[in-house]
Design a protein around this ligand. Structure first.
Ligand code: S3P
Length: 418
């Protein structure tokens, strides 16, 4: 049975985090519309409340009144890497002591990548894995070249720069998602961006206080990607996702879909709060294998579990390389994706920095587990749309980034073809 219809996916996770965190330190009241109210982003919102920000909800927006003193707090960041890493940047220059902790998955993820640059500012913090202990201290601006393409590290450095005396520069040899650089100017911060031979230089002057603004959060392309995949590999399916973020650093998966031969229609292009949006319609098509590597990887890193699923249905050998960052996500996504798809009969092998998939293979009935990883739970649920005999355990983790995922699935399953 095919999937048909139109979905407005929830707000973008990366943008919602930033709206909550930045609103929490801005002077005045920031209004956020279409925020993603998943567990990850709520961890950021609650963190700002424990630090002194005030939060009020109305029928259609969340209002955050920022605090100018960051009071002492112990913060549970849950499953959220974005919360712990961006918050560390904010708190390094705070006035008190802070402890940032999280669940078992977050406690396994590397934090040295933020300790290193923050120490260059003079920050006092420890914890190569969570819990991180921070003693707020006066900071001095610095220049830092990112050793990995990570928007979380880049953002932690820029946020520390807001509290530091003097100039802070982040040099980014490989582009990562740029929502922090796009959103800070909305909060009145001057950012200069220049492309040089060694990469993109992003610069700001500190200390600088944010001024409240209004943010309308576009739909999350990493959530829409589940429906694009379902449409392509389904039978006579056609799905439209509306008002989806089209930021160039986030659309790698759509480009890959096109390269694999999928029919992707982009309409209603628009702009909101410094970010492009559009409606995206995808329908069932035969797919060709592809190689995905290098600078493409950061633009589709969170969609690689879906790319692996697509590759099981594509003609030929798909190679994903240069994606070793997958090993330090909510799970080691090279291992968890390969293990789960193998159970479904896919011809897939892990490599050090990615995976190799031979297709097409019909997916067979089996029990599979999300391993507590939200993106794995949703990818495997999309696999059930081509074989309903597949059973997915640990489904509730979708709460992290897409609480209404199963409702949207039901709606599309009962959708009538156009
Ligand atoms: C994010 C950055 C990426 C991404 C994550 C969200 C962000 O992580 O995988 O889901 O909002 O900055 P890295 O910074 O570790 O690449």
């Amino acid at each position: 049975m095919g999937l048909n219809g139109t979905v407005q996916v929830p707000g973008d996770k990366s943008i919602t985090h930033r709206a909550f965190l930045f609103g929490g330190i801005a002077s005045g009241t920031t209004r956020v519309r279409n925020a993603l109210e998943g567990a990850d982003c709520l961890a950021s919102l609650q963190a700002m409340q424990s630090l002194g920000a005030k939060v009020e909800r109305t029928a259609d927006e969340i209002r955050i009144t920022g605090t100018d003193t960051l009071q002492e707090a112990t913060i549970d960041c849950g499953n959220s890497g974005t919360t712990i890493r961006l918050l560390s940047g904010i708190l390094a220059g705070g006035e008190a002591s802070y402890t940032l902790d999280g669940d078992d998955s977050l406690r396994r993820r590397p934090m040295k990548r933020i300790l290193e640059p923050l120490t260059l500012f003079g920050a006092k913090l420890d914890g190569e894995t969570a819990p991180i202990h921070i003693t707020g201290t006066p900071l001095v601006g610095t220049t830092y070249t990112l050793p990995v393409a990570s928007a979380q590290v880049k953002s932690a450095v820029l946020l520390a720069g807001l509290y530091a005396n003097g100039e802070t520069t982040v040099i980014e040899p490989v582009l990562s998602r740029d929502h922090t650089e796009r959103m800070l100017p909305q909060f009145g911060i001057d950012i200069s961006i220049d492309d040089f031979e060694d990469g993109r230089h992003i610069r700001l002057q500190g200390p600088a206080r944010l001024r409240a603004t209004a943010i309308d959060v576009p739909g999350d392309p990493s959530s829409a990607a589940f429906w694009w995949t379902a449409a392509v590999i389904g039978q006579e399916s056609r799905i439209t996702t509306t008002h989806v973020l089209m930021n160039p650093t986030r659309v790698g998966f759509l480009q890959t879909l096109r390269q694999m031969g999928a029919s992707v229609e982009i309409t209603n292009r628009s702009e909101t709060g410094g970010e492009e949006t559009a409606d995206v319609t995808v329908e069932t098509t035969a797919l060709q294998a592809i190689t995905v590597e290098g600078e493409q990887i950061p633009s589709l890193i969170d969609e690689i579990p879906l790319l692996a699923l697509l590759a099981t249905q594509a003609e030929g050998r798909t190679v994903i390389r240069d994606a070793e960052e997958l090993r330090v996500k909510e799970t080691d996504r090279i291992e968890t994706v390969v293990a789960a798809l193998k159970r479904l009969g896919a011809h897939i092998e892990a490599t050090d920095d990615g995976m190799i998939i031979e297709g097409p293979t019909p997916l067979q009935a089996a029990d599979v587990d999300s391993a507590g990883d939200h993106r794995l739970a949703m990818m495997l649920t999309i696999a059930t749309t081509i074989n309903p005999e597949i059973t997915v355990h640990g489904r509730e983790v979708v709460e992290v980034s897409y609480p209404t995922f199963y409702d949207d699935l039901k709606k599309l399953q009962s959708g009538i073809p156009e």
